[in-house]
Design a protein around this ligand. Structure first.
Ligand SMILES: NC(=O)c1ccc[n+]([C@@H]2O[C@H](COP(=O)([O-])OP(=O)(O)OC[C@H]3O[C@@H](n4cnc5c(N)ncnc54)[C@H](OP(=O)(O)O)[C@@H]3O)[C@@H](O)[C@H]2O)c1
Length: 259
């Protein structure tokens, strides 16, 4: 799956930090930022090899990227992560909070550790990384933060109560952060993807993919570059007056009538 990069806004001079850049959607987001001309910090937790390979690929194509490891649930590690951007590129303009976990468990069987794992990673991690980034952005005259939420932050899904609740919280964190950080020149929005293609998805979940293709008005799965395009747009001057919004990148799925 490929996408055109011809139409991307110009982000040269921009420094971006993408969390979870060794993963499926995160690598797509990082690619779009690099293609738009941004210098990019590629964050990872455990996917060191994937992040390093992506960095090598993007740098070989003329990009400016570095990798950095951090657990986003740890405040000090979030501050160190943000310092990586400043140390290497002198500033931080855009943060994409893409890191997240999405296990399945029916509510009846869900234990408190499973609940806390999802909420801590998805919500607390987003809160901490944002707080650390804004400390730097405010001194640099502003910036933009984009959380990767989900359509499941607006629509429930079976076996995903912890995940749906976490993504709804992420959407509301962004709206609250938008009003508190707006005066500092920092815009905060969410991108809510629908089902995004990854290698092996059709084999692992043929029923789900089939139902998606049947129902989605645009008749295809999303691409990680679709999510990246939305993030690049929100980080660009084209979105200079947009904050506190949730941009759904779902092929029209949530626009469908439900009955
Ligand atoms: N796939 C979809 O269809 C879909 C749809 C809607 C929304 N989303 C959202 O999109 C985002 C990316 O999902 P994905 O499908 O690309 O999954 P993924 O490949 O598993 O990527 C998630 C990333 O989160 C990172 N991560 C997990 N726990 C972390 C922690 N404690 N600290 C720092 N990083 C941590 C992981 O880093 P390492 O690999 O380095 O350990 C991983 O690369 C998630 O927020 C997800 O909820 C996905």
């Amino acid at each position: 799956m490929t996408s055109s990069t011809q139409r991307l806004p110009d982000l040269s001079g921009t420094v971006a930090l993408v969390t979870g850049a060794g993963g499926g959607i995160g690598s797509g987001i990082a690619r779009q930022f690099a293609a738009a001309g941004a210098a990019v910090v590629l964050h990872y937790l455990s996917s060191a090899d994937e992040a390093a390979a992506l960095s090598e690929e993007l740098n070989a194509a003329g990009g400016r990227t570095v990798t950095a490891q951090a657990d986003v649930t740890d405040p000090e590690q979030c501050r160190a992560l943000v310092r990586t951007a400043v140390d290497h590129f002198g500033r931080l303009d855009a943060l994409v909070n893409n890191s997240g976990v999405q296990p399945n468990e029916p509510l009846a069987d869900m234990c408190v550790e499973q609940w806390r794992f999802v909420v801590d990673t998805n919500v607390t991690g987003t809160f901490l990384a944002t707080q650390a980034a804004v400390e730097v952005m405010r001194d640099g005259g502003g910036g933009s933060v984009t959380h990767i939420a989900s359509i499941e932050g607006s629509q429930p899904a079976y076996d995903h109560a912890h995940y749906c609740a976490s993504k709804a919280a992420v959407i509301m964190h962004a709206r609250t952060a938008a009003i508190e950080y707006g005066p500092l020149g920092v815009r905060v929005n969410t991108v809510s993807p629908g089902l995004i293609h990854r290698d092996g998805l059709e084999d692992a979940w043929p029923d789900g993919v089939g139902r998606w293709l049947e129902a989605a008005p645009l008749g295809r799965l999303g691409r990680s570059s679709d999510v990246g395009d939305a993030c690049v747009f929100l980080a660009s001057t084209m979105a200079a007056f947009i904050t506190g919004q949730d941009l759904r990148v779902d092929g029209g799925m949530l626009a469908r009538p439900t009955w």
